[in-house]
Design a binder for this molecule. Sequence first.
Ligand SMILES: Cc1cc2nc3c(=O)[nH]c(=O)nc-3n(C[C@H](O)[C@H](O)[C@H](O)COP(=O)(O)OP(=O)(O)OC[C@H]3O[C@@H](n4cnc5c(N)ncnc54)[C@H](O)[C@@H]3O)c2cc1C
Ligand SMILES: *[C@@H]1O[C@H](CO)[C@@H](O)[C@H](O)[C@H]1NC(C)=O
Ligand SMILES: *[C@@H]1O[C@H](CO)[C@@H](O)[C@H](O)[C@H]1NC(C)=O
Ligand SMILES: *[C@@H]1O[C@H](CO)[C@@H](O)[C@H](O)[C@H]1NC(C)=O
Ligand SMILES: *[C@@H]1O[C@H](CO)[C@@H](O)[C@H](O)[C@H]1NC(C)=O
Length: 522
Amino acid sequence: MVSRQMQLLSLLAVAHSVAATITASQVKAATTAASNVASKACCLLLQAELGSKISFPSAAAYEESVASYWSVQNNDIDPICIVSPTATADVSLAVGSLHAASSFGLECPFAVRGGGHTPWAGAATIANGIVIDLSAMKQVSVSKDRTITSAGPGARWIDAYLMLDAMGLAISGGRVASVGVGGLTTGGMVFVRGGMSFFAPRTGLVCDNVVNFEVVLADGAVVNANCEENSDLWYALKGGSNNFGVVTRFDFQTFAQGDLWGGAIIYPSSTLPDQLAAFVNFTHSATYDPHASLINSFGYAPAAGTTFVSNSLVYTAPVVNPPAFQQYTSIQPQFANTMRISNLSDFALELNANTPYGFRQLFYTGTYANNLTLLTQLAAQLNESMQPVNGLASLNNYAMSLEPLPTTITKWGPEKGGNALGLDPSDGDLVLVLLGVTWGDEADDEIITNAVTDLFTKFDAFAASQSGLNPYLYLNYAYKTQKPIQSYGATNVKKLQAASKKYDPSGVFQNLVPGGFKLFAS
Ligand SMILES: Cc1cc2nc3c(=O)[nH]c(=O)nc-3n(C[C@H](O)[C@H](O)[C@H](O)COP(=O)(O)OP(=O)(O)OC[C@H]3O[C@@H](n4cnc5c(N)ncnc54)[C@H](O)[C@@H]3O)c2cc1C
Ligand SMILES: *[C@@H]1O[C@H](CO)[C@@H](O)[C@H](O)[C@H]1NC(C)=O
Ligand SMILES: *[C@@H]1O[C@H](CO)[C@@H](O)[C@H](O)[C@H]1NC(C)=O
Ligand SMILES: *[C@@H]1O[C@H](CO)[C@@H](O)[C@H](O)[C@H]1NC(C)=O
Ligand SMILES: *[C@@H]1O[C@H](CO)[C@@H](O)[C@H](O)[C@H]1NC(C)=O
């Protein structure tokens, strides 16, 4: 410890002397340069502790990490160095050192990266800072009694599904193979489980779907958070994202699962009125079949030169064309239909093929009452919002997805030990909306972003005027200007802030981790 402090102080002296040579006329450059120098000092400090697990520009490990985000906006960011931990102890050492450095006045801003799927720039990477890239910690294992699946924070859903399929088991998780376990789980999906997961909630579980998180706290301490131990942290991590620590292991409730019936059906947009009527009926809690999950998307695909409707349907039992889905399977005409009996990994890989890497990406979200008048208006406004963008040569896809959130699903939040999301059965049956845009040219960023934000500004005002606007914003679908954590409501935000003050009293995950959605943002 003494030697670490000495080393720190000498690095600090270097950082300060370099920073001191910068003149006042170069204020902006100076600020960047000074923070770069400080970050470089932080990286050298980490290198002394973690050796080859720290990499710098042009090293293979660095270049591979920087280029591996889903959106090009994130691949464009060049951090000062990358930390590539292979075990919890490495994460503990890294976070503990960065925390210690700040108590000596050396500010080490950092980012925490899971599967790297957040579209907007800087949620899981940082210019002028350090990225803790958890990718190598991707081990998945199943307990001897087959009730718990443990996944490292670098695991992708496919890593878990491939192992579980072979054992006749499953966990509740994401639909798309390459999405990270880390961000999706801490962003709250697993605790809502609507159309975003293949699985509706299971009955009879004592705690939640994630029975335990292993977490590295700001001071480097490793703790468990579950319904008995550090239960306020467990509660907070169910939707609180990167505000409390780095989760180094997720323990998921595991259940027996055989094959499923699922796939995609593509229709022309002329079927839209039938689709919306089917969606609203499907999402009624009174008749909701918990085996049936659905994502109903409509939008514009320039390559095909057409607007379309694309439904992703999964029934979590090997039943062909069950009654709950007949209102969709009967809609004609159909351009394509891949419905079949298969396994979880096969469906996750099918969806992966539709979400390629290498593009600019934007997600934006809203939550509304399950009401046909509202959704019909939303579809019309979506169509209108496409007018300024559908002539852009670099546009690849502009689509809106509707996901059911009936009370049949939201009721499980409170029943499973609670979570901070602020969703309650008293909100009624809800629809989660995700607008996703994929394009190639940076020059088109502004026109696309404006089209999307305009659409939601107008539609939210309309929905509010019809008492159909729910405040909840799903963190994992939110754009950087949205405030998903604040959308959980004042009472929940206060609980989360109390957990932050208790587990991270010096505010490391608030001040040194600027990326992602922050808890104290106003
Ligand atoms: C193609 C695609 C498909 C998707 N499909 C689904 C789906 O089926 N269902 C669904 O619910 N959502 C889905 N999403 C949304 C997805 O849940 C979010 O993008 C999610 O945040 C991605 O997690 P990640 O670990 O890959 O991303 P990252 O960008 O690496 O992480 C997201 C945030 O979580 C933080 N974080 C990550 N890991 C940890 C950790 N171990 N400890 C603390 N903080 C951490 C990061 O700092 C970052 O701010 C999809 C997204 C994409 C792009
Ligand atoms: C899952 O389905 C795929 C596609 O049919 C198949 O190749 C694979 O063997 C299946 N996995 C298991 C464990 O049966
Ligand atoms: C409404 O949904 C229920 C259950 O999902 C289904 O049985 C019924 O046939 C649907 N009604 C219509 C008109 O499609
Ligand atoms: C979308 O708008 C175009 C005209 O701009 C119209 O022809 C088309 O019918 C509209 N589609 C929907 C689904 O409203
Ligand atoms: C749907 O919303 C409209 C107003 O936008 C309202 O008149 C109607 O009663 C609502 N329908 C249901 C079933 O709640």
